[in-house]
Ligand binder design. Structure first.
Ligand code: FES
Length: 188
């Protein structure tokens, strides 16, 4: 004779609770599994937006270039490399050369900064002391010391940059590049 077993009241009450716990754990584990790639993937996708600025660049975009002591009032312009963080879509290269500027100091000790990039097609211009002018080695664009073009080759004069003298002798420049080949000065 077969003995039948009928579940008691406790056993009948447990299955729903067990089911709930199983579902809860499944949802929890699923959430973690979904969240991990989202966090790391999201960080990867947003990476270019999270880049830090160069240590030499302040929050206004000015970069420390050099000391006023390196310039003579009314003297020749001097060129300076500009270093900073350069980045492509996903990688930041810190403290790499990002351009060059010419600084000159007038007799009244005011400082002018030019981007050294030729507005014709982007070569770097040279200061020629014998001509007392900026000359581009690529196609002979010529500029006076105040940055005005001296011939018709470049579409505009040298691009001036915002410059500030801080703490008596620190020269800070807001370095920007501008589109070559256009009469207008268009930041790029
Ligand atoms: S790039 Fe300077 S003259 Fe052409």
């Amino acid at each position: 004779m077969t003995e039948t077993h009928s579940p008691d009241a406790t056993e009948q009450a447990n299955p729903p609770r067990r089911n709930f716990l199983v579902k809860f754990v499944a949802v929890l584990v699923g959430g973690v599994i979904t969240a991990v790639p989202l966090v790391f993937g999201g960080g990867f996708i947003l990476n270019p937006l999270l880049k830090k600025k160069s240590s030499d660049e302040d929050s206004d975009g000015f970069t420390f270039i050099g000391s006023t002591n390196s310039l003579l009032p009314g003297g020749p312009p001097r060129s300076y490399k500009v270093t900073g963080a350069k980045q492509d879509a996903w990688t930041t290269y810190s403290e790499t050369a990002i351009g060059a500027v010419y600084l000159k100091m007038d007799e009244d000790r005011s400082v002018t900064a030019f981007n050294a990039s030729c507005p014709h097609l982007g070569c770097t211009v040279n200061y020629k002391s014998d001509a007392n002018a900026f000359i581009c080695p690529c196609h002979d664009s010529s500029f006076s010391l105040d940055g005005e073009r001296s011939n018709e080759i470049p579409p505009r004069g040298l691009d001036t940059l915002n410059v500030e003298v801080r703490n008596d002798n620190e020269i800070w420049v807001k370095f920007e590049n501008f589109r070559a080949g256009t009469a207008e000065k268009i930041p790029v």
